[in-house]
Design a protein around this ligand. Sequence first.
Ligand SMILES: Cc1cc2nc3c(=O)[nH]c(=O)nc-3n(C[C@H](O)[C@H](O)[C@H](O)COP(=O)(O)OP(=O)(O)OC[C@H]3O[C@@H](n4cnc5c(N)ncnc54)[C@H](O)[C@@H]3O)c2cc1C
Length: 376
Amino acid sequence: MSPSANSVIVVGGGIIGCACAAALSRQGMHVTLIEAGIIGGGATAAGMGHLVVMDDNPAELALTSYSLALWRKLVAKHAAGHEYHACGTIWVATDEEEMVAAKLKQENLRAHGIACQMLDAQALAKAEPGLRSGLAGGLKVAGDALVYPPKSAQLLLDLALGYGAKLVQGEVSALVPGGVRLADGSAYLASEVVIANGIAAATLLPELPLRYKKGHLLITDRYPDFIHHQLVELGYIKSAHASDGDSVAFNLQARPTGQIMIGSSRQFDVRDKAVESAMLARMLDNALQFVPGLNELKALRSWTGFRAASPDGLPLIGQHPEHPHVWLATGHEGLGITTALATAELLTNQICGLSSQIDTVPYLPSRFDLSIQPTT
Ligand SMILES: Cc1cc2nc3c(=O)[nH]c(=O)nc-3n(C[C@H](O)[C@H](O)[C@H](O)COP(=O)(O)OP(=O)(O)OC[C@H]3O[C@@H](n4cnc5c(N)ncnc54)[C@H](O)[C@@H]3O)c2cc1C
């Protein structure tokens, strides 16, 4: 049986697959989303849910800022459902050198129309009294926010189902001509296939240049008003973009529940999901350097997740250069919650032959050599 025209299989029901399913079905495509486990149960459930404008390069800035605008539009209808909180981010500078980095960041963001404000030491202490004294200041980006990622994934899937999409529970074991085969032997055909199963995309397509980047997080009991903004150390940028090794960076978030989420760590190529006490201790020690009062809080749970890291830190969004009807939406590393909606728009526009609001070229998978290497 040949697949019907305008039909799409989306492999994976994380935030990326669900966002793609919603955007594609809104365009009138016949979408079947196939998820092996729980909707939003992969890296999506592990993430902090920080919606953050990042500006390490123009492509990252374009994708994150466009996506944040789409998030604001989406949550305008259902902010509580997403547990959306417009908390803003404060990038914390420990010394004058980091203040210079904060000022450069401010100039860059402002040049792209993103409101942000420098805080001196006093203003920082006033904004966040829990931070230790002696910090140099920071940069406040008021438009950043947070969501509860697995709920957002489910809400995006609900939108897709409302437009007529179908959900299939099953594990895709292989791509076959014109569709996919499931582990139970059944096959699903469609004119297009979107690979959006996070780090597991490299299992289906081993030529994808994705690496595991494990992260730890910890959440406390409820302490309302303990902090007010998402707090991130400026050194986070160095840690987030390191191309190898283990690192930790201070990243603190107040959940709308009153709980405090503490992050984060990065370890390349570690596939064991276990919480590692040494890495957790390193992460917490670093956080205590910024907010000593964390020591008094009761921790409830810690967990890990796997980011899918690409060689240049940008996601792969677009056609597989060797398979015209296979589309990729993966490699989002530590920004997949932030960039989910922009990813879905860019991918949908490419599949449907529509133009996009931002340049799609920097994210095209064809920037990598994805030719299938013969096995020797
Ligand atoms: C510790 C940590 C903190 C983070 N914090 C943030 C943050 O604050 N902000 C931010 O923007 N991003 C953050 N991220 C990154 C973000 O969580 C990810 O980029 C994003 O969740 C990736 O979504 P995804 O849909 O691609 O993958 P996943 O959420 O992993 O979804 C993939 C889905 O595919 C399914 N699947 C896999 N294989 C198959 C198969 N063969 N057949 C069918 N289904 C399959 C899985 O079950 C899963 O549900 C963080 C990540 C980690 C680990």
